[in-house]
Design a protein around this ligand. Structure first.
Ligand code: ADP
Length: 468
């Protein structure tokens, strides 16, 4: 079976969030299970592509309406990723060091057309095309509807929804940019009088998956306008929990962290990483260290953080460190909190892969007060590094964290509210003070297996059901 994953992000090449982590790990694990799993993504001019070498496999031109752009298909030389990777290079549109921007409709539509133009030329076509999120959501539509891709219409397509908040909407003015199809079927592109690539993919893909079972159920009630569509298509929808790449996220071998450790050396290992963080960010290392790592947006409950931190820190029993960026008002509120809680609070506004690893390793607790959480990878990384999750009971968090009061190992709160969140944080402080219980919990979570093995197999079984 030859599976082609198509995505805007893939770790370690280009990462904005969890999408990259999934696309950088799932194919690798699938390849250990007798499949040939490959990735196709845009060629960005970023740190990774500048550092590595590539071979050109194919050259042509791609049309977007009346415009024509030269493009190349490249592959990585000395590839150690664990899967084959192909890039669509369109210098005029994709040679950026960012992944997303305001002209994404044109950038990603051209990428998708070039991708399909190239697939048409392949002698050995993929047996499954697996599309990730709305950026590549027009692929299942074009494969089944565009005259030019008629030869691809019997290849099964799978759409995975990593985040349904973003749907890639664009106006009908750009309709002519989509390769010619029978206008009778234009409704397949439509949702609420706009072209909606995510909706089109839900309608046209052979199967639709979400990144956790709970998120699938939640989307039928609240999906930024697509609820009724998901209810209608529910027979082809299934939630499959993400795994984590246990080679990248392993405290025993992680080259980013200050000191490596296993369960038997967790005490000293975490202490060294915590000390590093406390020294660098002027925090009290005697107190439990709570961290937040993520996008500062409403979905992550980011606007709760400044006030909740303030209330927690007033009691002078904790230290808090935040890494993230997003909403500028929230960033500002988080920054000014530094003066008020000098010595127990700090924030790093920005994106820093290395620092995030040290934070998973050095923290005592990881916070995720998310309003929406399709799967959430942070809590699974935290578990592996012996960091106790304090999370809202939603989506993938609900599927992966059990409250300590219910024979579990984490702290859950129900509401997206400052009071609920602060109550949960204080439960964390109490747990930290109960040294025996705290250490026992920390050791037990490091043993939880969230590797991709099981989910990779579930996806393969799903593909097999489509290829019969
Ligand atoms: P998202 O909704 O952002 O995709 P996930 O939990 O699925 O959330 O994945 C987030 C990923 O991005 C994790 O690997 C996390 O460590 C990483 N991440 C998020 N923000 C930052 C940041 N500011 N610096 C470094 N890594 C970050």
């Amino acid at each position: 079976m030859k599976i082609l994953h198509i995505s805007a992000e893939c770790y370690p090449i280009a990462k904005v969030g969890g999408l990259a982590d999934v696309v950088g790990a799932l194919p690798k694990y699938q390849n250990t299970q007798k499949t040939s799993s490959q990735v196709l993504m845009p060629f960005y001019e970023n740190a990774f592509t500048k550092k590595n070498q590539f071979t050109t496999l194919y050259q042509s031109k791609v049309n977007l309406g009346n415009q024509s752009f030269p493009f190349e298909i490249k592959t990585l030389k000395n590839n150690k990723l664990g899967f084959d990777i192909f890039f669509v290079s369109i210098p005029e549109l994709l040679s950026t060091d960012y992944v997303y921007s305001s002209d994404d409709a044109d950038r990603f539509l051209t990428f998708q057309i070039a991708a399909l133009d190239w697939i048409l030329t392949l002698k050995k076509k993929p047996t499954i095309v697996h599309c990730h999120d709305h950026h590549v959501g027009l692929i299942p539509f074009m494969m089944t509807q565009s005259v030019k891709y008629n030869e691809l219409k019997d290849i099964p397509t799978v759409l995975t929804i990593h985040n349904a908040q973003y749907q890639g909407w664009f106006s009908y003015e750009k309709l002519a940019n989509i390769p010619k199809f029978d206008m009778v079927n234009a409704g397949l592109l439509d949702w609420d009088s706009q072209i909606n690539p995510l909706a089109a993919a839900i309608k046209c893909a052979w199967r639709v998956t979400t990144v956790s079972p709970s998120y699938m159920e939640e989307l039928k009630k609240e999906a930024n306008g697509l609820e009724s569509l998901l209810q209608h298509e529910s027979d082809k929808c299934v939630g499959i929990l993400n795994g984590i790449d246990t080679e990248v996220w392993n405290p025993e071998t992680d080259h980013y962290i200050e000191k490596n450790y296993t369960i038997s050396s967790v005490q000293s290992g975490k202490k060294a990483n915590k000390n590093y963080l406390c020294k660098r960010f002027n925090l009290d290392n005697k107190k439990p260290l709570f961290v937040f790592i993520g996008r500062l947006v409403g979905e992550k409950g980011a606007e709760l953080l400044p006030k909740a931190f303030d209330l927690l820190l007033r009691e002078n029993k904790s230290s808090v460190l935040l890494l993230g960026s997003g909403n500028s008002d929230v960033e500002h509120e988080l920054e000014i909190l530094r003066d008020k809680h000098n010595g127990t609070y700090n924030t790093f506004i920005g994106y820093d892969e290395k620092l995030s690893h040290i934070m998973y390793a050095g923290a005592d607790f990881l916070l995720m007060p998310s309003r929406v959480e399709p799967c959430g990878l942070n809590q699974m990384y935290a578990l592996r590094y012996g960091t106790i999750p304090v999370v809202r009971s939603i989506g993938g968090l609900k599927d992966t964290v059990i409250d300590i009061n219910e024979n579990g190992f984490g702290i859950l709160h129900k509401e997206v509210s400052i009071s609920d969140m602060v109550y949960a944080l204080k439960r964390g402080v109490e747990l930290y003070q109960d040294t025996i219980k705290f250490k026992k919990t920390r050791n037990s979570i490091m043993n939880i297996n969230h590797s991709w093995d099981t989910s990779a197999k579930t996806y393969i079984n799903l593909y097999k059901s489509l290829n019969q």
